[in-house]
Write a protein that binds this ligand. Structure first.
Ligand code: AMP
Ligand code: ZN
Length: 452
């Protein structure tokens, strides 16, 4: 039995066994830019859950949407993120969307995130959204305005605010929820399900309320209900989506099916980089390709993320990534020297840590203890590592890649050895950084400098 933290009930719950498969929906990327390491931390959470369930022998049906329309950006005065980027790159918005969608899949593959069962695109499921909106209008949970915008009536859901704690009476007028409205809402916290096209000519569709485009929240309601047969066992996303996105989605979905649509809401905590929020304006957005350019294995990112529990805020650093890279290499070397058997052996401590809210730091701690324990036969170590790796996904059974040193790297290593002989520590540190940037890790031991 696998238990995991549910944001709605604020406690650890056992993942239900209701149908033949566990239905999982994870909010996917808005495909107007590359996914950064923070986005990947959230996508990794869904992957861990899927792997853990499969290890337990459960069938999983996992869907992740691709938001290629309707996600408005506050930074750009409420313009669609896709249209804004299309203008910047002087390309058709759908070309932009497909380009970044492709890159998203490439990044997932690089960090061993297993593909979902399907990746429905918002722009290709407009009919599902229109059906959902029509149902909400018919049941009195939504209303259309004269201009052809349809709003959800937030006050029609008594338990609004249950996920995030943001109850309607404490939400102040003037807060921007998703769109700057045209003043035709009945209540400040209502949100648009369908937005009238106005002057917008691209990415618009016909609807019973006139030309327009869908809101972001209704996208996830329509896709999750329809594609998972109205039974969403787990709904996964980053903590920032708790409000308003998931709060609004819950109100919509519950109103459509007349009961709690999602059994468990699972949120991954935020990732900072070198102590700061990643943002384009601060220039500190880190991508998988930045790791590769530094000579790091992309799976070092996966390991570095696993060193922290998904539910705690994490500060990722270059030093942490370098350390993870070294651990990865060391473990692959160990695996190669521990033999060739392919048998997985369940370790009760690792199994327990996984089952109790996916405690990956504890799994790694246990692996380090097993690695050092000279009383454990190496074939056994290997089998336990293979077992753990079925969830960790670190490719531990792949021998470390061997590359030739470049002449520049050889020179840097020689210069550093000289600097150390001359006790010129600042120069030796500078050279260590240069080597590290080119993918060489240097270690200082009693016999002098060694590298990998
Ligand atoms: P987006 O492409 O912006 O819609 O985000 C995709 C996913 O990444 C969502 O589930 C977000 O909650 C999540 N996310 C965004 N920034 C971070 C971050 N810094 N750390 C962890 N998750 C994030
Ligand atoms: Zn969503």
């Amino acid at each position: 039995m696998i238990a995991i933290y549910d944001t709605l009930t604020r406690g650890i719950k056992v993942i239900p066994v209701d149908g033949s498969s566990v239905n999982i929906y994870c909010c996917g990327p808005t495909v107007y830019r590359d996914a950064h390491v923070g986005n990947l931390r959230t996508f990794l959470l869904a992957d861990l859950i899927v792997r853990v369930l499969r290890l337990e022998g459960r069938q999983v049906n996992f869907i992740q949407n691709i938001t290629d329309v309707g996600h408005m950006s506050e930074d750009f005065q409420d313009e669609d993120k896709l249209l804004q980027q299309a203008k910047l790159e002087k390309q058709d918005p759908f070309e932009i969307a497909r380009k970044y969608e492709e890159k998203f899949h490439q990044d997932l593959a690089k960090i061993n995130i297993l593909p979902a069962d399907s990746y429905p695109r918002a722009s290709e499921t407009i009919d599902l959204m229109l059906q959902s909106i029509a149902q909400l209008v018919a049941s009195g949970h939504a209303y259309a305005t004269e201009v052809g915008t349809v709003y959800f009536d937030a006050r029609s859901v008594e338990s609004y605010g249950a996920i995030s704690g943001n109850k309607l009476d404490s939400l102040k007028p003037g807060h921007r929820y998703e769109y700057s409205d045209e003043g035709d809402k009945r209540f400040h916290a209502d949100w648009a399900l369908w937005k009238s096209a106005g002057n917008r000519t691209e990415m618009v569709w016909d609807s019973p309320w006139g030309k327009g485009f869908p809101g972001w929240h209704i996208e996830c309601t329509a896709m999750s209900l329809e594609l998972l047969d109205k039974r969403i066992d787990l709904h996964v996303g980053g903590i920032d989506l708790r409000f308003p996105h998931h709060e609004n989605e819950r109100a919509q979905s519950n109103s459509i099916i007349g009961q709690e649509a999602v059994k468990m809401w699972v949120h991954g905590e935020h990732l900072l980089f070198e102590g700061r929020k990643m943002s384009k304006s601060a220039g500190n957005v880190v991508l998988v390709k930045d790791l590769v350019e530094r000579g790091l294995d992309p799976l070092a990112l996966r390991l570095a993320l696993l060193e922290n529990r998904y539910r705690s805020q994490m500060d990722l650093t270059w030093a942490g990534l370098e350390a993870a890279n070294l651990t990865l290499k060391r473990w692959r070397t160990c695996m190669a020297t521990w033999g060739e058997n392919q048998n997985q052996l369940e370790d009760s401590e690792i199994a327990g840590a996984i089952a109790k809210d996916i405690d990956t730091p504890r799994v790694l701690l246990r692996m380090r203890a097993i690695e050092k324990d000279i009383s454990v036969p190496v074939e056994l170590k290997r089998s336990v590592f293979l077992y753990a790796d079925s969830v960790l996904g670190l490719d531990l059974d792949h021998p470390a890649a061997v590359r030739e040193l470049t002449s520049e790297q050889i020179e840097l290593l020689q210069l550093r050895a000289q600097a150390r002989n001359n006790k010129n520590w600042s120069e030796s540190d500078r050279l260590r950084d240069l080597l590290s940037n080119s993918g060489i890790a240097v270690n200082d031991g009693p016999d002098g400098q060694s590298w990998s």
